[in-house]
Design a protein around this ligand. Structure first.
Ligand SMILES: [Zn+2]
Ligand SMILES: [Zn+2]
Length: 236
């Protein structure tokens, strides 16, 4: 029954004209005033973790270098982006993914990364069945067509469900995602520069664990591009 309902919502998305994923104003999936209100991560940033820093790499990245070569967010997780991500993630608003992926495209170009392929952060199969889709895969699909980079939707697999990272401390986040991923298709990863896509990053634990897994399978570089960066009080 839930699946039928979800399908119904998608059909409605197609039948009705686009509405802003944030303020719901009709006309586009992200209206001009919401676009104008999007806040980027303040520059300068650390070239590795993407956090605001006058030094690059920042002191955290020097002390404990992450497995990824770069993590960067298209925007801060607030205002219109927060609303839009929430609707994309929990409100079946996959139709807005291409509009949101434009922000990812701009961030990718701004960073000047040289990815060979795009891989979304996977959901555990149980979670994906419940939700009916993976919001990161929807973003990755749209980015793949915009940047003309091959998309490997199933290259990475989530083998442990873990819990939602929301509300967890830095240490708990690391433990929650540790060994949570596995490479399913080595041929997609070995010798490649992988661009991993996620909707939100806070501490970067998920991106780090994906990168660790991909590099253990021979990925030459791993960049993590996320739509929004959520600041965490316990972090820093
Ligand atoms: Zn709007
Ligand atoms: Zn850093």
């Amino acid at each position: 029954m839930r699946a039928i309902h979800r399908q119904g919502v998608r059909v409605l998305d197609l039948l009705y004209p686009p509405r802003c994923a944030s303020c719901r104003q009709p006309g586009s999936w992200l209206c001009l005033s919401c676009r104008a209100a999007i806040k980027p991560v303040p520059e300068p940033t650390c070239a590795v973790c993407g956090q605001p820093s006058f030094h690059s790499p920042c002191s955290s990245c020097r002390e404990a270098p992450p497995a990824f070569d770069g993590l960067y967010a298209a925007a801060l997780f607030e205002g219109p982006v927060r609303e839009a991500v929430h609707r994309l993630k929990y409100g079946n608003l996959t139709a807005a993914a291409p509009a949101l992926a434009e922000l990812l495209s701009a961030a990718y170009q701004h960073r000047g990364w040289d990815g060979d392929c795009i891989i979304p952060v996977p959901l555990h199969p149980t979670r994906q069945r419940q939700r009916g889709y993976n919001q990161s895969a929807e973003l990755a699909k749209a980015l793949s067509s915009a940047q003309r980079l091959p998309l490997y939707l199933t290259a990475l697999q989530r083998t442990r469900a873990g819990r939602d990272q929301i509300g967890l401390t830095l240490e708990a986040r690391r433990t929650n995602v540790y060994s949570a991923f596995a490479v399913r298709h080595r041929e997609c990863v070995t010798g490649r520069r992988c661009l991993v896509i996620d909707d939100v990053a806070t501490t970067g634990s998920t991106a780090n664990e994906c990168a660790r897994t991909l590099k253990a399978t021979g990925a030459t570089k791993v960049y993590a591009l996320v739509l929004a960066r959520q600041q965490m009080e316990e972090y820093r």
